[in-house]
Design a protein around this ligand. Structure first.
Ligand code: SF4
Length: 265
């Protein structure tokens, strides 16, 4: 991933909204204070056999990019493993499935390291090792502002951390083929410095409807909204009143998934 830095001033307002949602925790959150939850109780689980399709169709660009790299290179550096592992857990992947998924990929190049080091990270993520606490997935604010990726890293927000050439190439690869759409997304980044705004525009182009709340503040919020958009494409044709009700419902459900019990490492 190529770094390309901008100032954050014009996104300050959005960050204020995001700060309310930073504590977005696994949707498998019930009884997490007892460290019993490894995804088995999640309301919406995801399974290993659907993960490629979900990544292709519903994951936000930041997580799809990590997924693609993992499949292609069978390797992820620390923050890539951490960000993606936390995202998958919050998306509803059980610890056993997560272990199998990462083992299948990371063991190809380095089976010993997987056993000694990487498997520990996965157990840590699910509260089964180390401090044994439930860890939340990273919000957009954290991904954009913290742990800036180096040349060989795959974590980070493409809208924030890719240069324009690489961002355009990624967007085209991810299905944004209309020049006007492409330019509009890139303009959000270059002219407005609105990285989450660019992501929201990407969402609306992909799914033909705006993301609920009109903003992206968390990769798992994006994924839930994308899943709903795919399952209910007809919503975009409903009346304003119905759309308003849908948005309100989505917001309530999202807020249900937000927890203030966070302990990142
Ligand atoms: S705005 Fe957030 S969800 Fe979208 S790509 Fe960036 S970090 Fe991921």
């Amino acid at each position: 991933m190529h770094s390309y830095f901008y100032s954050f001033g014009e996104e300050r307002l959005l960050w204020r909204l995001e700060s309310l949602h930073q504590h977005y925790i696994s949707n498998a959150k019930s009884s997490n204070r007892n460290n019993q939850n490894d995804g088995e109780n999640s309301r919406e689980r995801i399974n290993l056999n659907e993960i490629d399709e979900l990544a292709r169709n519903m994951f936000p660009p930041c997580m799809r990019s990590i997924h693609d790299t993992l499949r292609r290179e069978h390797h992820l550096k620390h923050y890539g493993r951490l960000y993606y592992g936390l995202f998958l857990k919050a998306a509803g992947l059980s610890m056993d499935d997560s272990m199998e998924f990462f083992r299948n990929e990371l063991s190809i190049k380095n089976p010993e390291k997987f056993q000694k080091e990487y498997s520990y990270t996965i157990r840590y993520i699910y509260g089964k090792a180390g401090k044994r606490v439930q860890l939340s997935a990273y919000s957009c604010q954290k991904i954009v502002n913290e742990n800036a990726p180096g040349p060989n890293d795959t974590h980070g927000c493409p809208f924030r951390h890719f240069d324009v050439k690489n961002l355009k190439a990624l967007l085209v690869r991810y299905g944004i083929n209309n020049d006007n759409d492409l330019e509009e997304i890139v303009q959000k980044v270059t002219a407005e410095k609105s990285y989450t705004g660019a992501c929201a525009k990407y969402f609306s182009v992909k799914f033909g409807q705006d993301i609920p709340d009109q903003s992206v503040y968390h990769p798992n919020q994006y994924f839930l909204a994308a899943r709903r958009a795919v399952n209910n494409p007809i919503q975009q044709n409903q009346s304003n009143v119905e759309e308003g009700e849908t948005v309100k419902q989505d917001s309530n459900e999202t807020n249900d998934l937000i927890n203030d019990d966070v302990d990142l490492f």
